[in-house]
Structure formats: structure tokens, C-alpha cells
Ligand binder design. Structure first.
Ligand code: ITT
Length: 193
């Protein structure tokens, strides 16, 4: 590995998230490794920063390693922000079809994806958070088979395609996650710890 490459570890059970993130950080000479076998306590809170901060502290305490976690959510206007921080549960229970049914007939299809990347090391009790958002709309039906989660029903503003119709590289040009990980990688590549 070249001397100027730094390594960061991301704790996640979602390979899709990891794959998107590692392509972004790689551009900043930050090689991302995935730690998938660790279960973390996921608290319920309206604020993704609070969720990500609590989770990274919990995982770092148990692993004793510097780590990154990411929490993301889809906020829809028509449903007053739902599913937001409850996106994981909503996706597992009602899925894309359920979300489309909930907003059937709604003319306001505006939505926003938000990502919060939280990083800390065992010596510090103060995680740093890096945030990224992308505005867009919920489509009338599912489009595309790429990606994961709500990708087939979310079309970012300025694109004719849904995330489900994009390659990872295309999605990274728009996504909340790419925006948050770009900020993280920029900081991490320049920091000394
Ligand atoms: P972790 O192990 O990292 O927690 P997760 O899948 O539980 O993985 P989150 O809690 O951050 O991740 O994400 C909540 C859900 O929101 C996720 O399972 C997807 O259904 C959805 N989601 C988040 N980001 C998405 C994206 O970029 N595209 C589509 N759906 C997304």
C-alpha cells in the first residue's frame, strides 16, 4: 500500500452503503475497510446526528478501534418527514411498495435523503459528524434494479434517472452519502490520528 494511503474502518451491515462510501474515500487516498460482524445499539431518535453519535461511541467502546459509522434516512414532505430516522424499519416492513401506497395521489412528491457519518477513536468521547443531503422526489412507480433500499423510488433533482437506474459512480455524483463521505475523507486524509 502506498505510504500516503490511510485506512479507515466502517462498521456497517449494509454492503451497498460500504461500496458507495469506499469509492468516494478512495479518491482522497483513504482506503475503507468494512467491519460487518458487529451488532450495534441503534437508539430511536428524530435526529440522525444523535443516532450516529450514540452508535459510533457504542461500537468503538466494544472494539477499541477508531471507527466510522453512517446513518441515513429518507424524509418525505407529504408524510411530514416519515420515514426519516426510521427508514431501516420502514424499508424492512412496508418497503418501496408500501411507501408508494402511503403517498399515492399526493402531488407533493418532494423528498430528501440525509446521511450522517460519525467518526471517533477510543481516546476521544466526542465523535465528529459529517453531513450530506440530496433533494429529489418520490417517483410514481419503482424504476431500476441497481442500488438498495429506496433507490428505485427516489429521483434526485437534476437527473432523469432514479438512484435505482444509476451505477454506483453515477449515484455518487448526487448522493447524500457521497457528499458526507467526501467531507469525512477530506478531513481524515489530512488529520494525524
Ligand atoms: P447499517 O448497518 O450501516 O446501520 P442500515 O441499512 O441499517 O445499515 P441505515 O440505518 O443508515 O442503514 O439506513 C436506513 C435505511 O434507509 C436503509 O436500510 C435503506 O433502506 C434506506 N437508505 C439509506 N440510504 C439509502 C440510499 O442511499 N438509497 C436507498 N435507500 C437508502
Amino acid at each position: 500500500m502506498p505510504a500516503n494511503v490511510k485506512v479507515a474502518i466502517m462498521a456497517t451491515g449494509n454492503f451497498g452503503k460500504f461500496n458507495e462510501a469506499r469509492l468516494v474515500t478512495g479518491k482522497f487516498n483513504v482506503a475503507l475497510a468494512m467491519l460487518s460482524k458487529i451488532r450495534s445499539v441503534e437508539i430511536q431518535h428524530d435526529d440522525l446526528e444523535v443516532v450516529a453519535t450514540a452508535r459510533v461511541l457504542n461500537v468503538v467502546e466494544r472494539c477499541g478501534l477508531p471507527l466510522v459509522v453512517e446513518d441515513a434516512g429518507l424524509f418525505t414532505n407529504a408524510l411530514n418527514g416519515f420515514p426519516g430516522p426510521y427508514s431501516s424499519y420502514a424499508y424492512k416492513t412496508i418497503g418501496n411498495d408500501g411507501l408508494l401506497t402511503l403517498i399515492e395521489g399526493e402531488t407533493n412528491r418532494k423528498a430528501l435523503f440525509k446521511s450522517v457519518v460519525a467518526y471517533t477513536n477510543p481516546e476521544s468521547n466526542e465523535p465528529l459528524c459529517f453531513t450530506g443531503t440530496v433533494e429529489g422526489e418520490i417517483t410514481l412507480g419503482k424504476r431500476g434494479v441497481e442500488g438498495f433500499g429506496f433507490d428505485p423510488v427516489f429521483k434526485p433533482s437534476g437527473s432523469p434517472k432514479t438512484f435505482g437506474e444509476m451505477s454506483v459512480e453515477e449515484k455518487n455524483q448526487y448522493s447524500h452519502r457521497a457528499r458526507a463521505f467526501r467531507k469525512f475523507a477530506e478531513w481524515f486524509s489530512g488529520c494525524s490520528s
